[in-house]
Design a protein around this ligand. Structure first.
Ligand code: PRE
Length: 379
């Protein structure tokens, strides 16, 4: 019997031991879950038919009034103990999934499967939509421009490594707007077929992930051979082919490559978070807690940047980010990327941006979108 089979049997024992007082209750939970599963799928099938009728009639998929009615009716019917907010949450997810099946949105991410971008996309879009692997950041921008994709998700900044320059440069090249921001904590697990430390002879991963787990590897696997791969997902793929190989990859990669965790969160220090931008889709409405991203270029004259920034100071707006990138048209000329708090529909934000524009060689509003709270930094 392999270690994996023994582990599976252990799990079965935990859940299916006849003598345990838990087992009849778990049996009931299993049967209820089966009914919920069946009903969710039935609802989605009916949603598909509603979608087809709407398509024929040329009407919009989204019907907020109907959605509100559905949720209000269920809140009133709810006998408890489920909390009203729980009912609203669950049915919002179900309705979103119904909308998705009626007209799935396509979301481009930098592959391969289970990459950090893929995981960020799954989290941001709540697993709803068609996630389409892209070979490069350029392809994400280009396919949104060509209307081959509805959305894309691209990293823009990492808490340890800093700005992702390639993404910033693409904003200069394409007329693509930002719809949202998303923070994804980057955490590394050690994954293998058996999930047993004693089986691990070789560790594969991306050089950055290996560097971030150096101390853990020294302590727990001092004799293992360490091999570099082009991505953490490729490492997971290698590990899925050989019991003696383990991959440093995200916990989610275990699911895609049928692996088990040998150890979780093995990075030497916490606080590794990547900020992603969601691009494409409709321009978000003002929420009252928004951020506006702009890019501009100034003359190469003394004080030009200072003059361009003065309107922000005069308006009392909060500038939350300023990055510069060479324009690559003329040596020593720069694009500036700036985030300020507020929405472009706020008069003060609009006026301030117009004043910056009057001082700049060129200015582009990249988008106004809701501010997302930075996640707690956990180890
Ligand atoms: O009733 C409809 O029009 C549907 O398309 C179904 C449904 C739902 O899941 O309940 C889904 C999308 C609409 O925005 C409203 C409601």
């Amino acid at each position: 019997m392999t270690d994996r089979e023994i582990k599976d049997e252990d799990n079965q024992k935990q859940t299916g031991d006849d003598s345990s007082p838990l087992s009849p209750l778990r049996g009931e939970i299993d049967r209820i879950d089966e009914r919920i599963l069946e009903l969710i799928n039935q609802r989605l099938e009916i949603g598909k038919k509603v979608g087809e009728i709407k398509k024929k009639k040329g009407s919009q998929i989204l019907d907020r009034t109907r959605e509100r009615m559905v949720i209000e009716r269920l809140s009133q019917l709810n006998p408890g103990p489920a909390d009203e907010s729980l009912i609203q949450y669950i049915f919002n997810v179900i309705i979103t999934a119904t909308r998705e099946i009626q007209k799935p949105k396509t979301i481009g991410y930098l592959g391969p499967l289970a990459s950090h971008s893929h995981i960020a996309a799954l989290h941001y879009f709540n697993h709803c939509g068609e996630f389409v692997e892209q070979p490069g950041f350029f392809d994400i921008f280009n396919n949104i421009k060509r209307k081959e994709l509805h959305f894309g998700i691209v990293p823009v900044e990492n808490s340890i490594e800093g700005a992702v320059n390639y993404t910033l440069d693409l904003f200069a090249e394409f007329e693509i707007h930002i719809t949202a921001e998303h923070y994804e904590p980057i955490s590394h697990d050690l994954l293998s077929i058996t999930g047993e430390l004693k089986d691990v002879k070789t560790v594969y991963s991306h050089p950055q992930a290996i560097a971030q787990c150096k101390n853990w590897l020294k302590k727990h696997l001092p004799h293992a051979i360490v091999m570099e791969t082009s991505s953490t997902s490729n490492a997971a793929l290698m590990a899925s082919k050989d019991e003696q190989i383990a991959a440093i990859a995200s916990g989610k990669a275990a699911h895609f490559y049928n692996l088990l965790p040998v150890a979780s969160k093995i990075q030497d220090r916490g606080g590794n978070i990547t900020r992603f931008l969601v691009i494409g889709g409709d321009r978000p409405e003002r929420t009252g807690d928004d951020k506006t991203s702009i890019m501009f270029a100034t003359n190469h004259t003394p004080g030009a940047l200072f003059r361009a920034l003065s309107p922000v100071n005069r308006a009392g707006l909060n500038m939350v980010k300023l990055e510069s990138r060479p324009t690559r048209h003329y040596n020593w000329s720069y694009h500036f990327f700036m985030d300020i708090e507020g929405h472009i529909e706020d008069e003060i934000v609009f006026q301030t941006i117009e004043q910056i524009r009057s001082q700049a060689l060129y200015l582009k509003v990249l988008g106004s979108y809701p501010i997302m709270a930075k996640p707690e930094i956990l180890q």
